[in-house]
Design a protein around this ligand. Structure first.
Ligand SMILES: C[S@@+](CC[C@H](N)C(=O)[O-])C[C@H]1O[C@@H](n2cnc3c(N)ncnc32)[C@H](O)[C@@H]1O
Length: 235
């Protein structure tokens, strides 16, 4: 409580109070928080601890909207008519895998870093920056609205793309809260929508690119925009 009071007071005067090992990298349209040990190495335990704490604090909330998953299922059916296996990343209560299963009638697994994963069907406790060996080149579609929780978006997207079958599709949800103004230690990555295709192309090193950007049929009233960035591997 005292920390929050201090943070808010400092914020009013244009300052920000951060944990000593939290460094914010900022460029126009882009923010990434780093979690560093005193020796400059990555403090994974701090990242993981913050995510687990945030997950438990917000465990009753569902961000994903069923109507949007129904819309994306129709889209996936056209691009990947024989879709058999999908992955959803950062799924908390697991509603996205439930709804993709409902609309696509195929296997869908969700990853969740928190140990609350065990409470929800088709959800495994897993950090989405890593791929299980059996996922490599074996996934028809990937969906995530949690890309802003990545500590290293380049590593993260390269991991996700390595899992896709040829012709498979990765759909990254992007809202006004996934932009720099929505970042925090809990949501360490943020980039403006217009910058995302540039970042994706530079991370891909010619292996994949943005196919299109779709407007979501439905969004929360509090959001300025909600889009789906569709990413595909080049043949
Ligand atoms: C904004 S919430 C979205 C939850 C869910 N997709 C929804 O629509 O309600 C982000 C979720 O991603 C999880 N998460 C954060 N970092 C993760 C990581 N590296 N690997 C897997 N899950 C992660 C968090 O614990 C949290 O439950």
């Amino acid at each position: 409580m005292v920390t929050n009071f201090l943070k808010n007071t400092l914020k009013r005067f244009g300052y920000e109070l951060n944990h000593i090992t939290q460094v914010k990298v900022e460029m126009p349209g882009y923010v990434l928080y780093n979690f560093l040990n005193q020796d400059g190495s990555f403090d994974y335990e701090r990242y993981r601890g913050l995510q687990e704490e945030g997950n438990k604090r917000k465990i009753s909330l569902v961000w994903v909207i069923e109507e949007n998953i129904e819309f994306l299922s129709g889209y996936i059916k056209k691009l990947v008519p024989e879709a058999r296996f999908g992955l959803c990343h950062g799924t908390r209560r697991g509603k996205e895998q439930e709804w993709f299963k409902k609309y696509l009638s195929c296997d869908v697994i969700g990853t969740e870093i928190s140990n609350t994963a065990q409470e929800f069907p088709d959800t495994i406790q897993w950090d989405f920056h890593e791929a299980k060996p059996e996922w490599i080149g074996a996934v028809d579609f990937i969906y995530s609205n949690s890309f802003d929780h990545s500590y290293d978006p380049e590593k993260c997207l390269n991991t996700w793309m390595s899992c896709l079958k040829p012709g498979g599709v990765c759909i990254v949800e992007h809202s006004s809260l996934h932009a720099p103004k929505g970042t925090s230690a809990l949501d360490p990555f943020g980039a403006d929508l217009f910058l995302m295709p540039y970042l994706i192309v530079s991370w891909s090193q010619g292996k994949y690119g943005v196919k299109e950007i779709l407007q979501a049929p439905k969004k929360a009233a509090s959001l300025e925009q909600l889009h789906f960035i569709v990413i595909q591997k080049f043949p």
